[in-house]
Design a protein around this ligand. Structure first.
Ligand SMILES: Nc1ncnc2c1ncn2[C@@H]1O[C@H](COP(=O)(O)OP(=O)(O)OP(=O)(O)O)[C@@H](O)[C@H]1O
Ligand SMILES: [Mg+2]
Length: 366
């Protein structure tokens, strides 16, 4: 009796009807749904799943769940780890990371259940890449705000005694250079270095005079490349550019953006001691955004280190300050854009700088 009532409530008629209903539920689910067998082969995937994976159903069915993404052995291992857990515990939830066809990391929240029907396993998955990216940006911008305030305070405190020092050293120039010309040179060049570090710090401080205007990003990039061309030649580095000549103007502060490009390109040069190519691309993205990518052929960065990039004073270089990327994050943040990094150890690193064409609320133009 109870059974009959339940069946009536669900309006389940004959088995063909009910199969169609379940298929509709399967197809209309907003989460990705995947059925796979004990040989790890995909039996079925719903429309949302197909869209999230970015590969048509015909190319998925019959393949092993990790096969469409075997770009990196490491990604395959992560999917296999999830499968192993399902097989061992009967069910599991974990975040699986793999690269899409454009080489971007995608984060999928996966919950899997073993043997829902004889020999068929079931996975529900959700693309959480955007959420992860936003969380990471929030974490970075919170640190940046604190450091920005600190930096402004410290920089001001150091600036005043520095001005006095520079002034008095200049007064002593004649006396010192007579007896110790080397000392004078070292003192002044070190003072200049301190000055430039303080200037970097001051950029971190929020209220600074910036001139936001519509600018040609390709022109800014070209000027940056020209500026660094001598250094590139010295390090046996060639620039390969793939510029989208139809790029619209971007509302930005050109000198600030130049600073970002200089920092990232300098890092790229420094990571290739034997020389190589730096590929610079500009292109339009969906949603009124543009993307600049800077790709090197250096040693790459491990995933633990990628998380630390942009943190204050994180450096692996003997003479590095570890402020270059931090300043860059701050500037791109001010432009309401984002920096993401893709890297493969031993192969190289790509920095993607994405900027909106326009800001939500226009910055004050001074
Ligand atoms: N393209 C890259 N390839 C590999 N590692 C990189 C790359 N860019 C940055 N890094 C790593 O990130 C660290 C931080 O970079 P950042 O530019 O902030 O500081 P730095 O280059 O060490 O010092 P500074 O820029 O002040 O001279 C570097 O020390 C390096 O380990
Ligand atoms: Mg640097």
């Amino acid at each position: 009796m109870e059974k009959k009532e339940l069946k009536d409530t669900l309006h389940l008629g004959n088995s063909e009807d009910s199969e169609q209903k379940y298929r509709r539920i399967f197809e209309c689910s907003m989460d990705g749904l995947l059925l796979w067998d004990n040989d790890h082969r995909i039996i079925d995937v719903n429309r949302a799943g197909e869209k999230m994976i970015g590969i048509p159903k015909e190319r998925l069915i019959g393949h092993r769940v990790y096969e469409p993404h075997t770009i990196l052995e490491k990604r395959k291992q992560e999917i296999l780890k999830h499968i192993d857990q399902v097989l061992e515990k009967g069910q599991t939830c974990s975040t699986v990371i793999f690269k899409d066809e454009e080489g971007n990391s995608r984060y999928f929240d996966c919950s899997s259940q073993l043997d829902i029907l004889g020999g068929i396993n079931f996975t529900i998955f959700k693309d959480i890449s955007e959420k992860i990216e936003i969380e990471e940006q929030l974490r970075k911008s919170a640190t940046l705000n604190v450091i920005g305030e600190l930096a402004a305070g410290i920089a001001h405190e150091i600036r005043n005694p520095m001005t006095a020092l520079k002034g008095f050293i200049q007064l002593l120039e004649e006396i010192i250079t007579k007896e110790h010309p080397m000392y004078y040179q070292v003192i002044t060049s070190e003072l200049t270095r301190i000055d430039s570090i303080i200037n970097e710090f001051l950029i971190l401080a929020k209220p600074h005079a910036t001139r936001f205007q519509e600018n040609d990003l390709n022109k800014i990039m070209k000027e940056t490349v020209d500026l660094l061309s001598a250094q590139a030649v010295l390090h046996n580095v060639q620039f390969v550019t793939d510029i989208d000549s139809k790029l619209p103007l971007v509302f930005c502060e050109p000198n600030q953006l130049k600073k970002v490009f200089i920092n990232i390109i300098k890092n790229a040069i420094e990571v290739m001691p034997l020389g190589g190519n730096i590929t610079i691309t500009t292109k339009m993205l969906e949603g009124k955004r543009v993307q600049v990518s800077i790709q090197d052929e250096g040693a790459g960065i491990s995933s633990e280190k990628i998380k630390k990039l942009g943190d204050p004073f994180f450096t692996t270089k003997a003479g590095g300050t570890g402020l270059g990327l931090m300043v860059s994050y701050r500037i791109v943040n001010d432009h309401q854009g984002s920096i993401t990094i893709e890297s493969e150890e031993g192969r190289g690193t790509t920095f993607f700088i994405r900027l909106p064409l326009d800001l939500n609320e226009k910055k004050e133009t001074l």
